[in-house]
Design a protein around this ligand. Structure first.
Ligand code: BES
Ligand code: ZN
Ligand code: ZN
Length: 481
């Protein structure tokens, strides 16, 4: 899918395209809708009178007149409008355009009067792009399609920024949607290298011997069962000017998670190709950094591996030595993410950054707590938590704060080692975050995206599959520093 977004000077009625979209707000046509109505001899207002369509948010009525699709999009009430609603409206428009096969679409700049032209164009453009996203590489019949959207009376700059942000999200979606036979740790490292080459970033990739030389015993234990060797990926973005801050992002990069000898049941193993969605979010963020070039230095660290079974695979009861020197008793091989992250976080800490943020599909427990639309947010500092949360909110990504409860730390005490990798079932996401905290210095934040990283059904911001969750949150946050 080749998606292009343009802002048009004219109102919807005057823009090109065989599909024209206007909103229905508080049950009536908007000004753009009235103009379109007049141009098509009152067909829209007649349609509104005809039946029960009242323009509830999420509803839609599409007519055909003079060989043009006219879409009435329900936007709900005028009160309480948010950018989220506009972004989701954009997704709904894209979905309809793809369904109908429209290739050029003119869209009203919904709620520009309420949100301001900038913010409205930004959210709409983002929605149109994210809603047009499809993963079709492996569909033999799929033809490459181009779709162009015109945002009526839009702001060019805002549209361009939204396009770059959405493209970075789409890149992360692509990576996490790739099947595990294609996207091995080696292939993920290759993708990181290619990104760095194309966008002028630094990339350093380490293989098993070098990882061993660093003493990353926890990471290596997880990777040991697979024939596909691990890779440690270290990306660096340096701004032209002296950096205002130095930050490290650490993404969980399990290209597949079978659970290992603590094997996952069939249904739970499904979609574990996306257990590298944290890594994908980091790579997507680096694509966005290369575009927006904010004055911060950013390190991206990914411990890429597969959690599989073989004669060499790690088993429970093993004690592994992390790069930090701390030893860990493995009590469940399915809690592998925290083992790989322990070493990746410690490695990232050697850069002595001003803040470290990990992003990971870490626990089923976070999915139970918050569902598939919300990520769990842990932070050692309130300010850091709030800055990340605000970045997410502006971009339609919800992060909800969870406690790093110190009283739970003792649940991770081991009889034989410094720590064990799993405590009790209750409060599992918290214990996982507390485990990670043992390997970093403050300030530290951790996003558990196990819920929102992968959608089993089409959802508010796109089709079923990887969501790219985290790219826009992290990018917004980094741009705000
Ligand atoms: N990758 C999973 C977590 C996960 C679950 C991601 C559902 C996406 C959707 C992780 O490695 C895992 O298996 N965690 C275990 C930890 C447990 C053994 C303490 C879990 O959550 O069940
Ligand atoms: Zn696991
Ligand atoms: Zn996992």
């Amino acid at each position: 899918m080749k998606i292009s977004l343009r802002s048009g000077r004219r109102p919807v009625v005057g823009l090109p395209g065989k599909m024209k979209v206007v909103g229905v707000v508080s049950g009536g046509l908007t000004e753009a809708g009235q103009e379109l109505d007049q141009a098509y001899s009152g067909i829209l207002s007649k349609a509104l009178k005809l039946g029960k369509f009242r323009g509830d948010f999420g509803s839609e009525l599409t007519l055909v007149a003079d060989g043009v699709f006219l879409m009435l999009l329900g936007l709900g009430q005028k009160r309480g409008v948010t950018a989220d609603r506009v972004r989701e409206a954009g997704v709904a428009v894209a979905r309809k355009a793809l369904e109908l096969g429209a290739r050029e679409v003119a869209v009203e700049n919904f709620f520009a009067d309420r949100l301001g032209k900038e913010a409205a164009s930004y959210a709409l453009a983002e929605g149109l792009y994210l809603g047009s996203y499809r993963f079709e590489r492996y569909k033999s019949e799929a033809k490459p399609v181009r779709i162009r959207y015109w945002i009526a009376k839009g702001r060019g700059r805002a549209v361009e920024e939204a396009e770059r942000m959405a493209a970075a999200t789409a890149y992360a979606r692509d990576l996490a949607n790739e099947p595990p036979n294609v996207l091995t740790p080696e292939a993920l490292a290759e993708a990181a290298r290619a990104l760095a080459e194309e966008r002028g970033l630094e990339a350093r990739v380490l293989g098993p011997e070098e990882i061993e030389a660093l003493g990353m015993g926890a990471f290596l234990a997880v990777a040991r069962g697979s024939d596909n060797p691990p890779r440690l990926i270290h990306l660096t973005y340096r701004p032209e000017e002296k950096p205002r801050r130095r930050v490290a992002l650490v993404g969980k990069g399990l290209c597949f998670d079978t659970g290992g000898y603590s094997l996952k049941p069939t249904e739970s193993m499904r979609h574990m190709k996306a257990d590298m969605a944290g890594a994908a979010a980091v790579l997507g963020t680096f694509q966005a950094l290369a575009e927006f070039r904010p004055p911060v230095e950013v390190h991206g660290v990914i411990a890429a591996a597969e959690n599989k079974i073989s004669g060499r695979a790690y088993v429970v009861d093993e004690v592994v030595r992390t790069m930090s020197g701390k030893t860990v008793e493995v009590v469940n091989t399915d809690a592998e993410g925290r083992l790989t992250l322990a070493d990746a976080l410690y490695y990232a800490g050697r850069e002595a950054p001003d803040a470290i943020v990990s992003i990971a599909t870490l626990t089923g427990s976070s999915v139970v707590a918050l569902g598939r639309k919300i990520a769990a947010l842990f932070a050692t500092e309130e300010r850091l938590a709030e800055a990340l949360r605000a970045g997410g909110e502006a971009e339609g990504e919800t992060l909800w704060p969870m406690p790093l409860e110190p009283r739970y730390q003792k649940l991770l005490k081991s009889e034989v080692a410094d720590l064990k990798n799993v405590g009790t079932r209750e409060g599992g996401a918290i214990q996982a975050a507390l485990f990670l905290k043992q390997f970093v210095r403050d300030p530290f934040a951790h996003l558990d995206i196990a819920g929102p990283a992968f959608q089993r059904e089409a959802w508010e911001l796109g089709p079923a599959g990887a969501s790219g969750f985290g790219v826009r949150t992290l990018t917004r946050w980094l741009r705000s520093l």
